[in-house]
Design a protein around this ligand. Structure first.
Ligand SMILES: [Zn+2]
Length: 424
């Protein structure tokens, strides 16, 4: 058994040796053929290296042919160093400045985003002027290629860039103002002048853009419609209006125990309501009895109140004491008028005479409320002292405002919380 087995294995050994030798001969021939093919392929690849790369970037055969036909090797390499451009043939048609192709493409995308309706010729003309005309001068003022692109993305035009050059405004000078949303290049000198007065970049830019935020600076030159009225920090006042049909979608109706008996407009936005309930309950622990006197008012309701006041006391009085429809914080569902049980019971004449009022002054910020129209601040707010009117802004903001002794207007200016507007 053992012998047989060994013989068999020996046999199989020789057999495999022979076939391996045969295999080696075949392999040599194959290698020669493969080598030849590889060499040919290598030559083909070498001669068409750029073309292959264009195809691999996703350019079509015909586009690739057009590019290869139009440019020399170094120009092709320049194009290849950038991502695929959707409109490359347009740039080929309109410009031979290959080094700017990527900028054309980028500006094409940007102009779509900025809703500018530029055609290809205009884009080429604009980018040529900026990046081969103004660029050298701009870089002398510290504006790199990257920063110029940031400026374009902010919506800067050729004349904005020229404004920088004409006024010798370098990058270091303008950078802090450019961080503030809504800055406009051509107002840069005004921002700088204002900064020297107020020493705050946000404040400087915002007050130059919207001087009427501070009411004593005069009437709004334009009426803006707040684009995101649901924002807890939407500044609503003369000039910043809520649209006629705005009604918060999270209004809740308070329980009777929190509301004065003749309160007609009792709804509040959920966040404001929850905070108010907490405040009323905590006050009660100190035997103080706060009640809601007025909450959410619709645009139509505010119009009715305004017209009624006008008819009763005259236009001047209404303008002074009643918010213009759309400019009332009560329409946000975050503004509320408080009163006290003692006023309801006629033991006290007005809320500002009550112990509850004193407690509210000391404590309301803990619940996220501020007294919106304080004494001596009507130059800023445009509204005479209303001790009863609270505005819900949230605890952090309330604390920030109290800490700095800011009105809501000042908070918005310093913290750059300016509403976004609907386009007319
Ligand atoms: Zn009020």
């Amino acid at each position: 058994m053992m012998r047989l087995f060994r013989k068999k294995t020996d046999y199989s050994y020789y057999s495999s040796y022979n076939s391996r030798r045969r295999g080696l001969r075949i392999d040599r021939a194959a290698i020669a053929i493969i080598g030849a093919i590889v060499l040919v392929l290598a030559i083909v690849v070498y001669l068409n290296f750029n073309r292959i790369q264009f195809l691999m970037k996703g350019y079509s055969w015909s586009t690739t042919s057009e590019i290869v036909r139009s440019f020399d090797d170094s120009e092709e390499k320049e194009i290849l160093s950038h991502d695929k451009m959707e409109h490359i043939l347009k740039w080929v048609d309109n410009s031979n400045k290959v080094q700017l192709y990527d900028d054309y493409e980028r500006y094409y995308q940007l102009s779509k985003k900025l809703d500018q309706d530029y055609n290809y010729e205009e884009i080429v003309e604009f980018i040529d002027e900026v990046f081969s005309g103004q660029l050298r001068q701009l870089s002398n003022y510290g504006y790199s290629h990257k920063i110029i692109w940031n400026l374009l993305e902010d919506g800067s035009t050729k004349s904005d860039l020229q404004f920088l050059l004409d006024n010798q405004l370098d990058n270091a000078t303008t950078a802090p103002y450019r961080k503030v949303d809504g800055y406009r290049m051509t107002k840069m000198l005004e921002y700088i002048a204002k900064y020297n007065e107020v020493k705050d970049y946000n404040y400087a830019v915002n007050i130059v853009n919207y001087p009427f935020i501070i009411s004593s600076n005069g009437k709004p030159t334009k009426n803006y419609t707040v684009a995101k009225p649901d924002d807890l920090l939407a500044l609503v006042k003369k000039g910043f209006y809520l649209s006629e049909d705005y009604e918060p979608d999270d209004l809740v109706t308070p329980k009777d125990e929190y509301v004065a008996p003749d309160c007609g407009n009792r709804k509040l936005r959920k966040a404001a309501y929850n905070a108010m309930v907490k405040m009323i309950k905590d006050a009660k622990k100190e035997d103080l009895h706060l009640l809601l006197n007025s909450g959410y008012r619709s645009y139509a309701e505010q119009t009715r109140i305004y017209q009624e006041t006008e008819a009763k006391y005259g236009g001047a009085y209404a303008a002074e004491y009643v918010a213009t429809p759309g400019a009332s914080e009560h329409q946000t569902g975050l503004g509320l008028d408080m009163t006290a049980q003692s006023v309801v019971d006629k033991k006290r004449l007005v809320f500002s005479d009550t112990a509850e009022y004193k407690w509210v002054i000391a404590n309301c910020q803990k619940y996220g409320f501020v007294i919106r129209f304080e004494a001596g601040k009507d130059g800023i707010t445009g509204i005479s002292h209303e001790p009863w009117h609270l505005r819900y802004v949230g605890e952090d903001v309330a604390r920030d405002m109290i800490e700095h002794n800011w009105t809501f207007e000042e908070y918005c200016l310093y913290r750059n919380v300016i509403p976004k507007f609907k386009k007319d």
